[in-house]
Design a protein around this ligand. Sequence first.
Ligand code: MN
Length: 239
Amino acid sequence: MSLSLYKQKRSFKDTPEPGPKVKSSKSGLKFVVQKHDATSLHYDFRLEMEGVLKSWAIPKGPSLNPEDKRLAMMVEDHPYDYKDFEGIIPEGNYGAGTVIVWDEGEYGSMDNEDKSQKEQEKILLSQLYKGDVKIVMHGKKLKGAFALVKMKGRGENTWLLIKKKDKWASDEDVTKKDKSVKSRKTIEQLAKDKNAKKWTSGKKATRTKSSSKSLVKKTAKPILLSERKATAVKKKLSR
Ligand code: MN
């Protein structure tokens, strides 16, 4: 699958996020849910399929209650290595803000977990294109069956994440478990952590306030780099 949109939105000399490389796990499909304190707080729900992470942004985060239907906006594919990313995306970059790995683990295709990884991936991809993905999660916080359902007539990217009824269903608020499963830090603690992964090279990020303003005026310039910067600036201003 293509990571071109992921690549287009980022400048890898300015962000600590991983580069656009396609890669798959050897055993067991992986998932990650990252809590991301950007312009607005949300949870990024990502499922490994065909060497990339299929991704949805969930404003309220996942719920274990089958009665909750959580809005999940599909976003661009992310590279496989993104599942381990925890750190601070510097100001001026796409998605600027702090990211923690809120949950991670393996997942499988519902009712097909006895099949091989390849076969499960094939089923999952066909469900993805049909807009009805049924999965079983084996995370530290998220466990059991979930469905991701595409909403009809609501544009291309609007989905819902719904917990299926099983022994893991519960009405406890799972987002209250707010620590990273990697660092054990909350997003607030990581934001203050001086050792958090961020851009600290001698080269300063070039996007100062004044250059942002001039970039907006240059939006029409057909140069890839300016376009990328302009998109980032426009995104920032529109949020
Ligand atoms: Mn995000």
